[in-house]
Write a protein that binds this ligand. Structure first.
Ligand code: COA
Length: 297
């Protein structure tokens, strides 16, 4: 047997999966930071999570959320990776999945992916989705083998907030009383809603909306890596992006096939920081409007 194949077999034999718990945050946070930093550096991109502390804080938050299922991988009793399933809305979201760089490419990622997919099936989710770094050959191949389809190429955009308003496209903060109308808008555009995420953003006071002639024609839970937006038209989406006080995290995710909005963002001075891919398995409706997906949910 070839050397690497032998290693793979040993790792797989000793692989154990168990539910995550809050005190996994330190080890899994370090792995998360190391895994993302290693793959981004190999390709000359900045890491998504700038420090181990941020990665640990992020995983502490995930491991405490009742709407997020977590799973930890151990090889020979040592923690080597983790994965998460966002269960709060109609379509479940997967990630972040990260494996210790020394234990990659030996089946651990497949084990963690199959586990969350089994969980999603058991919970009867009609669809699952994720966003992967488009330069990462291995994750693209693994997800495709597991049944995921490429839905949209994405450009992560970052830069100075535009502070632009558009006549006839007034933006205001979204409140609890807008929840139902926004839910219906998402339903019209995506065929399902994201009420849980939207409700959280309203509570955090990051959600905004466009209202034309007394009708909500677009909303955003924020404009950033961890936010989503839906809009009836490209002009509604531009108004939401134009009014954003900041572009959270590494930037916001724009479907790059939306050439009109993409060209507008570039003409406004925003820069592409990395290419990503929206993938899904199960229910997926071609959106009937403009949208920005979030990295996780
Ligand atoms: C992506 C990641 C989670 C995958 O986990 P892993 O343990 O390394 O992957 P596995 O060994 O389980 O699976 C890799 C699969 O892709 C295949 N593969 C790897 N590189 C490939 C390539 N260039 N072309 C085709 N197939 C490839 C392997 O053969 C394997 O397929 P198999 O399961 O049918 O044998 C892990 O590499 C990681 O943490 N990467 C850094 C962080 C990251 O990018 N996370 C994903 C965010 S979306």
């Amino acid at each position: 047997m070839h050397g690497t194949e032998e290693l793979s077999t040993i790792a797989l034999v000793n692989l154990t999966l168990r539910p995550g718990k809050p005190d996994d945050a330190k080890v899994c946070g370090e792995i998360c930071f190391n895994a993302f930093t290693a793959i981004s550096r190999q390709h000359g991109f900045p890491p998504d999570l700038p420090s181990v502390e941020m990665a640990t804080g992020f995983l502490t938050w995930l491991l405490s959320r009742p709407d997020v299922y977590s799973i930890v991988a151990e090889v020979g009793g040592r923690t080597v990776g983790s994965n998460f399933l966002w269960e709060g809305d109609t379509i479940a979201g997967i990630g972040p999945i990260t494996i210790d760089p020394d234990n990659q490419n030996s089946g651990v990622g497949r084990g963690l992916m199959e586990n969350v997919l089994a969980r999603a099936a058991e919970r009867k989710f009609v669809g699952v989705r994720l966003v992967q770094a488009a330069f990462h050959n291995r994750s693209l191949s693994l997800y495709t083998k597991l049944g995921f389809e490429v839905r949209e190429p994405l450009a992560c955009l970052q830069g100075t907030p535009l502070k632009k308003s558009f006549a006839g496209f007034p933006i205001r903060p979204a409140t609890e009383s807008d929840l139902e109308a926004c839910r219906q808008l998402c339903q019209r555009i995506h065929g399902h809603d994201r009420k849980n995420e939207l409700s959280g953003a309203i509570q955090q006071k990051t959600a905004t909306l466009v209202e034309r002639n007394g009708r909500i024609t677009g909303y955003a839970t924020g404009i950033g890596f961890f936010n989503h937006a839906v809009a009836e038209s490209n002009d509604d989406l531009k108004a939401l992006i134009g009014a954003a006080a900041e572009f959270g995290g590494p930037g916001f995710l724009l479907p790059s096939r939306n050439s009109e909005v993409f060209r507008w963002c570039l003409s406004e001075g925003l820069r592409v920081t990395q290419p990503l891919t929206l993938m899904s398995s199960g229910l997926y409706n071609e959106p009937r409007g403009a949208f920005l997906p979030s990295i996780l949910f």
